[in-house]
Ligand binder design. Structure first.
Ligand SMILES: [Zn+2]
Length: 434
């Protein structure tokens, strides 16, 4: 199976323009009539639904922010009636209230179709057994990929998160060929399977996976693909828009194919908020083109990324989202320099003597920011090799300073001592706020 919905995944630029424009015109009218907080934003700048005539007019529309969702907690942004809503999801915010997201049956179907396209890109077909190790619940990972697998007609194993030994037993006994989980969890599962002496291709039948809900690097992808012998696809999504499946990698990994018949992406300059061109990095802004429950026009995701429109050998014509390089929320400012945890990860993954497990501690000493990065040594590294450890520390320190443009203290720790997380990793302790 090459595509899940070929006609939508391989539209010409003209077909896309017509479809997106028709959908946007309808969406703006619908939102204006049914979503009070957004109507107020439009009224404030004297913008009428009739001013939006095609997708080209999108930049005229005001943005929606996470704060808008918090201010309207819990149901202020719902445009559909209670009668038509069928499901609520919510994401935990680092501070304050949850961000709630409501869906009608139409919204669930559209999301499931997009996520089913992602599964196919990872190598799934109707014969597949799809093992879902994302958490089930308010978090969209589990249910999102579950409904996608069923939409595809594959067999879904709703393993959910946790209980690693049981997960491995299910993978061995059921022979799943596709797995969905966070990138840090697949690395953890791989370590466990290697420790148990299980062989990829023999005991473990996995061929591909959709790994998301965290930022990860090309080095991590290469590591996963090599150790498990699988196709490791990045999958992007966020609960405010729907969940996993907004965009994902095909086998060629030319950027994540964005499901732009439902969700339209823009990249804006982080300072001016003006739209910028392909391949330029900025904040990702998404407009839902046909959502009913909680439509969002120009939602600022806080994710930092770029788009590319290069042709892909797979034949899909959708715009592609390059790897998320950071979240403006996660961004650390160390002595005035912007630092993303993904940059740190990238340095660690290039060094075979350390593992991609780390923890960052930031503090302020004598009014100066200091950063310490605790990094796990590789199990193959001799812990009694004191000179070797000192050399490695110096090497990492130099590499880190060059990659981040700001110095960091490196603390090497024994293998297995940094806490593993099955959900989103919590890799930062910022003591400056205390
Ligand atoms: Zn492709």
């Amino acid at each position: 199976m090459d595509y899940f919905q070929k006609e939508l995944e391989t539209m010409s630029a003209d077909q896309k323009f017509v479809l997106q424009s028709e959908k946007l015109v309808k969406a703006v009218k619908y939102v204006y009539e049914n979503q009070k907080p957004y109507r107020e934003k439009m009224d404030a700048i004297k913008l009428k639904p009739s001013d939006i005539k095609s997708i080209k007019d999108l930049p005229k529309l005001p943005f929606v922010t996470k704060q808008d969702l918090r201010d309207s907690y819990p149901f202020g942004m719902m445009a559909a009636s209670r009668r038509d809503l069928v499901r609520l999801h919510a994401s935990s915010a680092t501070t304050g209230k949850l961000t709630v997201s409501g869906h009608t049956q139409h919204d669930i179907d559209a999301w499931s179709e997009c996520a089913a396209r992602s599964l196919v890109m990872a190598g799934a077909d109707r014969e597949s057994i799809v093992h879902v190790s994302y958490g089930y619940g308010l978090f969209t990972g589990g249910l999102g990929m579950h409904y996608a697998a069923e939409k595809l007609g594959a067999v879904c194993v709703p393993a959910s998160a946790g209980n690693t030994q049981k997960q491995i037993q299910l993978l061995v006994d059921f022979g799943a060929d596709i797995i969905c989980c966070t990138p840090s969890y697949i690395i953890y599962l791989t370590e466990e399977m290697e420790r148990m002496g299980l062989k990829p291709g023999v005991d473990i039948k996995l061929k591909g996976g959709c790994f998301g809900a965290e930022t990860w690097t090309e080095e991590m992808r290469a590591d996963i693909e090599k150790r498990l012998g699988i196709r490791a696809c990045d999958i992007y999504g966020l609960s405010e828009i729907c969940g996993p499946g907004v965009a994902s990698d095909c086998q060629y990994k030319t950027g994540m194919h964005f499901q732009e018949d439902h969700y339209f992406p823009e990249i804006v300059d982080v300072n001016t908020l003006e739209p910028i061109g392909y391949k330029e990095e900025g904040e990702l802004v998404i407009t839902t083109l046909d959502r009913e429950g909680m439509p969002l026009l120009r939602y600022r995701t806080r994710d930092i990324a770029s788009l590319n429109n290069d042709p892909c050998p797979c034949g899909r014509t959708t715009v592609k989202l390059n790897k998320i390089t950071g979240r403006s929320d996660d961004m650390l400012i160390i002595r005035g320099v912007n630092v993303f945890p993904s940059q740190i990860e990238s340095v660690l993954l290039q060094n075979p003597n350390v593992e991609p497990h780390y923890h960052i501690t930031v503090d302020r000493v004598n009014n100066l920011d200091v950063m310490e990065i605790a990094v796990e040594l590789s199990p193959n590294f001799a812990l009694d090799n004191v000179a070797g450890i000192e050399n490695l520390q110096q090497k990492l320190k130099a590499e880190m300073a060059s990659a981040l443009s700001v110095g960091a203290k490196i603390k090497l720790v024994s293998p297995g001592t940094i806490t593993r997380f099955e959900g989103k990793s919590k890799r930062l302790t910022d003591l400056r706020k205390k």
